[in-house]
Design a protein around this ligand. Structure first.
Ligand SMILES: Cc1cc2nc3c(=O)[nH]c(=O)nc-3n(C[C@H](O)[C@H](O)[C@H](O)COP(=O)(O)OP(=O)(O)OC[C@H]3O[C@@H](n4cnc5c(N)ncnc54)[C@H](O)[C@@H]3O)c2cc1C
Length: 475
């Protein structure tokens, strides 16, 4: 077994871990950043292609929760984590979300005022911008529908650099920003290495053991003075459970459930070269968000559903079809459990009655929006139901059956190791330090106490920046 020694071991290189590694290395700490997935360029495969899913997604994108209604979920697995595969949409959260977390979970320094300098820094460092190349046809449809209904809507800014990058610019994922910063400050990055267990002794963590993939692979051991766990909302609690920690570990998974529908228009609405539409309807936030999804030809075929009778004819004019979504804040809860002898976790999520109700309401809103934007036909998201061709029939979307007849998915997971001052209800203190430990921190999406109702990467990074400032000031 190869042994490595470092002052700070950071496990996972997504927005949480890459941020910690860069800031601690820049503060002069001796950092090793360990990542299970490969170290690839942002443009190693076309966005949303099968090649990209194969290279950068965990299990090629095929993960699902157990429960009455299954929820498929996506996770990144590469240097940079899900920032390498996401749409780079950036939000500040609603100030009331932060105030509610401070109030309900006793979290210190949790307000827009306290986080503002960190948001501003991220916005500057990661080049948060509106699209320079104008709106896609699908985004323009969202604007058209929202204007017709007098609903508030907005263009979501993105982590995107235009300066010196040509007219289309370049996504500012972690492999383009925080990981190079960490390296430049002396951090070592060990890709293709999965940590399997933390080495715990009393109130201290002494390091971790794992396995390196590939021909020169084998067992590896890390000895560290401090360990920062940032493996994401599913893998972080899984690793803690495998290491023998149970209290408030993986008991409170939250997510943003999402349902997509395909809509057919008389004119082309679809130009995949634009990527994910950047317009969202603000009218029903934070409980309900409406927006557009990436809609390449294979995606359209998938979202048309099996029940559409004239599927072949529709696919001949696939560029007249766009895929749109409703995402809700998510009131249900889930759990993450380690299974003996298996690498994969058992993830359960109970899509509650309230979630189904909100998804149903959201689908009706989405249907109204799309008809107001000129849609001729909406493919029902409920298996076996015919397409909807008149606004008067949208009512059928409000009663969604629990069970397998609807395809619910998510790309936003959190809260599986929630922060809070009360150790009986939370896994870490207000700054991510694990309760009961002197030198173990969690710094990723797991920390959020509940669903934020907005695209979460910017919020995760702001909280992590705040927490690193506390780590450094505490010495
Ligand atoms: C398809 C998709 C689109 C999205 N779109 C947006 C968007 O537009 N805007 C937005 O704000 N958010 C978006 N998100 C969500 C956002 O990307 C995540 O919330 C964010 O990346 C979470 O950061 P994280 O650091 O918690 O974990 P992750 O990004 O999940 O990174 C964790 C990393 O840890 C590694 N790891 C896991 N286990 C181990 C182990 N045992 N040993 C070593 N390494 C390990 C993983 O391989 C992974 O690289 C999207 C997510 C997806 C999947």
């Amino acid at each position: 077994m190869t042994t490595h020694r470092c002052e700070v071991l950071v496990i996972g290189s997504g927005p949480g871990g890459a941020t910690v590694a860069a800031l601690l290395a820049e503060a002069g700490r001796d950092v090793t950043l360990v990542e299970e997935g490969p170290d690839l360029r942002i443009d190693s495969a076309p966005s949303y292609s099968l090649a990209e899913m194969d290279q950068k997604y965990r299990n090629g994108g095929l993960n699902t929760t157990f429960g009455r209604t299954q929820v498929t979920y996506l996770e990144g697995r590469c240097v940079g984590g899900a920032s390498e595969i996401n749409a780079a949409l950036y939000h500040r959260p609603h100030p009331e979300t932060l105030a509610g977390w401070a109030r309900d979970h006793g979290i210190e320094q949790m307000s827009m005022e306290a986080l503002l300098p960190y948001f501003q820094d991220i916005e500057q460092q990661l080049h948060v911008h509106r699209r320079a190349e104008g709106l896609s046809p699908a985004s323009r449809r969202i604007v058209q529908g929202a204007q017709a209904l007098s609903w508030r809507h907005t263009e979501i800014e993105r982590f995107w650099r235009y300066q010196g990058e040509g007219p289309r610019g370049r996504r500012q994922s972690m492999s383009e920003t925080m990981v190079p910063r960490a390296r430049a400050a002396g951090a070592r990055v060990h890709a293709d290495t999965r940590i399997q267990r933390l080495l715990l002794r009393g109130r201290r963590v002494e390091g971790a053991v794992g396995r390196k993939a590939g021909p020169d692979g084998g067992r590896v051991r890390y000895q560290a003075d401090r360990v920062v766990l940032a493996a994401g909302a599913v893998q972080s609690p899984l690793l803690l459970r495998r290491s023998g920690l149970r209290r408030n570990v993986g008991d409170n998974l939250r997510l943003h459930p999402m349902i997509r529908i395909a809509a057919r228009f008389d004119q082309p609405v679809n130009d995949p070269s634009f990527g994910v539409p950047v317009q969202q309807v603000e009218e029903f936030k934070p409980e309900i968000t409406l927006g557009g999804s990436h809609s390449s030809q294979p995606h359209i075929a998938l979202w048309l559903g099996r029940q559409v009778p004239d599927r072949r004819a529709l696919m001949e004019r696939w560029d007249h079809i766009g895929v749109f979504y409703v995402a809700v804040q998510g009131q249900g809860r889930g759990t993450i459990r380690a299974l003996p002898l298996l690498d994969q976790p058992l993830v359960r999520y109970d899509l509650g009655a309230r979630d189904l109700e909100l998804l149903g309401t959201g689908l009706q809103h989405l249907g109204r929006l799309l008809f107001a934007a000129g849609a001729r036909q909406l493919m029902s998201p409920v298996e076996g139901r015919p397409p909807i061709e008149r606004p008067a029939d949208l009512g059928q979307l409000s009663d969604l059956p629990p069970g397998g007849a609807i395809a619910v998915s998510t790309i936003h997971l959190f809260s599986s190791l929630p922060m809070g001052q009360d150790p009986s209800k939370s896994a870490t203190d207000s700054y991510g330090k694990a309760h009961g430990f002197d030198n173990l921190w969690v710094q990723d999406a797991s920390l959020l106490p509940s669903s934020p109702g907005v695209n979460p990467q910017g919020l995760i990074m702001a909280i992590v920046r705040r927490n690193v400032a506390k780590m450094l000031s505490d010495g």
